[in-house]
Design a binder for this molecule. Sequence first.
Ligand code: UDP
Ligand code: MG
Length: 331
Amino acid sequence: MLKKFDPNITLVIPVYNEGSHIIHSLKVIENEIRNVTQKYEIIIVDDGSTDNTWMEISNHLNSLPNLFIIRLSRNFGKESALVAGLEHAAGEAVIIMDADLQHPPSLIPKMINIWKEDEVGIVECVKRERGKEKLRYRLGANFFYWILKRFTGYNLKGASDYKLLDKKVLEAWKKMPEKDTFFRGMTAWLGFKKIKCEFDVSPRIDGEPKWGFTKLIKLALNAVVSFSSLPLRFVSIVGLLFFIAAIFLGIQTLYQKINGNALTGFTTVILLQLIIGSVFMISLGVFGEYLSAIYKEVKGRPRYLIENVMVSGNLTNKTETKELKRNYVEV
Ligand code: UDP
Ligand code: MG
């Protein structure tokens, strides 16, 4: 049976190995959204979970009537999972949130109110205080935002992915074709009228954060490379400074030679070689970063691959869209 269903609000939730509490989280989230509207859809993107997440959700489909679940073919990372969810959102507004209840669902009605009353494009939830977390996560996060602010000029400290986007903002966002996305930065770049609403991060409901240190470093590099060309310019500036220093050193060396003191210059030569060598290395590294970013974009690979989809009760018309019909699991 295919029903026409135009949701007002779409919730997009990327999920990776959250099987132990996903149903509880969904129930809590659903309770909040139901207070505001019955016409909502929840898009879950299962980012290649290796635990029982998919099973848990399929076992509880009957009690969660407005679910649309996309299973990616492997773990593509939260950013790509978000892209998958946003590309399938049909609501007049989209709310993006985490599955571990660290983004308090109680804010959903408030966000929707702000969006309706002030006609804003984006309602951003900013963290008042980072929740209880291990020191290395806190240090990692602070370092990440510091680097980002230095290099891109965007101060994203406190920013979270917990946001509401109006449909027109979502359409604008879809016009950004990059393969390596950094959602927080992209929404900052988009502009549009924004209103902030503060929240305290609650502790994770269960499980460990899924960001390894290397994943965080990768995200930081990605963010800098895709939002700033300052590192490239930095290389040119250092190059220029060294050129000026080289002229002075050259004149000095010649002067020493004319005076018959040429041998004493050895230290300078060695130092120069070392310094120039290291500057070359750094520059090559920076070029490498940008080259690999360009390489990824040029390859033009899809940002995610769908392995399967599931829909529950009210959303069966969703399967009419795109290639999803083939994989459609009837419930
Ligand atoms: N997540 C994901 N793919 C990943 C890592 C995380 O979809 O590779 C999801 C995760 O299930 C959660 C959200 O992204 O819903 C935030 O992840 P987490 O709680 O681990 O990060 P933090 O709260 O530290 O930002
Ligand atoms: Mg979390």
